[in-house]
Ligand binder design. Sequence first.
Ligand code: AHM
Ligand code: MG
Length: 319
Amino acid sequence: MFEGATGALTNLLYDIALAAKIISGHVRRAGLTDIMGSVGQINVQGEDQQKLDVIANETIKNAVAHTGRVSVLASEEEEYPVTTNLGSGKGSYVLLFDPLDGSSNIDVNVSIGTIFSIYRTINKDCAGLTDCLQRGREQVAAGYVMYGSSTVMVYTTGHGVHGFTLDPSIGEFLLMNSDIKTPLSGKYYSVNESNFTRWSEGYRQTVLCFKGAGGEDNMRKNARYIGSLVADFHRNLLTGGVFMYPRDNKSPNGKLRLLYEANPLAFIVEQAGGAAHDGLNPILDIEPTELHQRTPLIIGSSEDVEFVRRKVAEVESAQ
Ligand code: AHM
Ligand code: MG
C-alpha cells in the first residue's frame, strides 16, 4: 500500500466487484426469472428502462451507499446525484456509473456491461454535483465489467490496465491479463453504419477508407459492431482497432455519455497505450458542464484514432 493510503479505494473496487458478481448472477438467470423486458418507465435519457437496468442500478447503490467510502454517486439511471451515508455526502470518493450498458441487447442474450468512474471528493463537507463534474483527467480509477461468454472485469488506477475473469465455481475474479497494452493499430473498425447518411462528409470519407474505397489502402479494416459499448471496446482493446460514435444529424452532441461511458473508457485506453477524442480534443480534457452530458467518441488504437482525426479534419477543411 502507498504511504498515507487508507485502503478505501481498494475496498471500493471490492464493493464494485461484489455488485458485479450479483449483477452477473441476475444476467445469467435472466431468461429463467421474470426480469427480462421493460419496466414501462422512461429514464432521464428518454430511454425505455429495462428491468435489469433497474436491478443493476439498485445493486451498485446498495453495495456502496453505506460503506462510508463514497460521498456522492451518479448513474445513468438517476436524474440527479445521490448523496450517500444517510445523505451526509461525506466519504473520500465519488462514483459515477452506467449500471447496465447496452440495453438493447439485454433481451437477446448479447454481451452487456457495467462501466464505472471514480474521483476524489472535492467538497468534504457535503459532496454534490460539482464533485461529479470533474475532468476525466482527474479520475483515480475506472473500469468496466462485461457480462459475455464469461464475466470479466477490467480496471485501471492509473498504473496500467488489468483484466480479471469471474470463476463461477469459486465466485471470485481471477487475474487473467495484467498490464494490458492495446496494439498501435488494429484490424477492426466499429461504428453503427446505419447512421452513414446522418454523418458529416469527413466521417463518411473516413469509413470509406476503412472499407478500402477511400484511397488509403493501408487503412482497410474488418467491420465489427455489437451495439454494446463495453463489448465493442473490450474486443478492440485486446485486438486493436477503432470504435466511433460521432455526432450526427440525429444526435448533434453524439449519443454516448461523457461522465460514465466515455471518460472511464478513455482513461483505460490511454493507460493501455491507446487514445480517445471527441473528433477534436482528448476526451479526458473535456470540462463537464452537465451530469448526463453527451459526447462524440472516437476511441481505440492510437494510430487509428489519429487517422480518424486527421482524415475528418482534412475532408472538412477542403469543403
Ligand atoms: P445505453 O446506455 O442506453 O445502453 O446506450 C448506450 C449504447 C452503447 O452500449 C452502444 O455503443 C450504443 O448505445 C449503441 O447505439 P446504437 O444502437 O445507436 O448503435
Ligand atoms: Mg449506457
